[in-house]
Write a protein that binds this ligand. Structure first.
Ligand code: 3PG
Length: 208
């Protein structure tokens, strides 16, 4: 699957920072059941790779990717764990090369027009805009729509249930990413019903 197709599967990509591997499969199931099949597991915890592996192996309808992929070593670990796509908060030439060589669908992060242009030169058309809220948010995306026509973005970072609809209304937004659909306390309490409800609300958000 190409990254554009993955981004097109649902309006919201939950960004998951999983502390206990045992939470991974029930959390993923709740999100998928709520209507959000595309999941990003950040490589920021000791449990992250095992969580990825468990979701890839046990949650059939999930499309699971790895987030916070900063270098070729992270990429290798993520692929070995079963990641179907990878996401980075920014990008370097070395990372872009490694991901391209691996053939893994990739959502590279940008914060500026020049970073977006550099990735465009390399053939990337769908980019993560990060950290969206504090880097200009909606205004930035509207301002770059004409000069960076042909690019689509997945704004992530500070996006929540209240602000997601306005992002999703923009023509150059493919989907949004965010952690709000899997609140820390709900995961810690194993409140999968609450997470399924949050996912269902997010899955119902409309794109133009
Ligand atoms: C990310 O890694 O993309 C962000 O931490 C997610 O941002 P949020 O927690 O503000 O949604």
């Amino acid at each position: 699957m190409e990254i554009a197709a993955i981004a097109g599967r649902a309006p919201v990509i939950p960004v998951l920072t999983i502390e206990r591997a045992a939470d991974a499969a029930p959390l993923a199931r709740a999100l998928v059941k709520g209507g959000l099949p595309v999941l990003e597991v950040t490589l920021r915890t000791d449990a992250a790779l095992e969580a990825l592996r468990l979701i890839a192996a046990e949650v059939r309808d999930a499309v699971v990717g790895a987030g916070t992929v900063l270098n070729a070593e992270h990429l290798k670990q993520a692929r070995q764990a079963g990641a179907q796509f990878v996401v980075s908060p920014g990008c370097t030439p070395a990372l872009a090369l490694a991901v391209k060589a691996s053939g893994t669908p990739f959502l590279p992060g940008v914060q500026t027009v020049s970073e977006a242009m550099a990735l465009m030169e390399q053939g990337f058309r769908v980019l993560k805009f990060f950290p969206a809220d504090m880097s200009g948010g909606l205004g930035w995306l509207k301002a770059v729509a004409a000069p960076l026509a042909g690019l689509r973005f997945c704004p992530t970072g500070g996006v929540n249930a209240e602000t997601a609809p306005a992002y999703l209304a923009l023509g150059n937004v493919a989907c949004v990413g965010g952690s709000w659909v899997a609140p820390k306390e709900a995961v810690a309490a194993g409140d999968w019903a609450r997470i399924e409800r949050l996912a269902a609300a997010a899955a119902g958000l409309k794109r133009p």
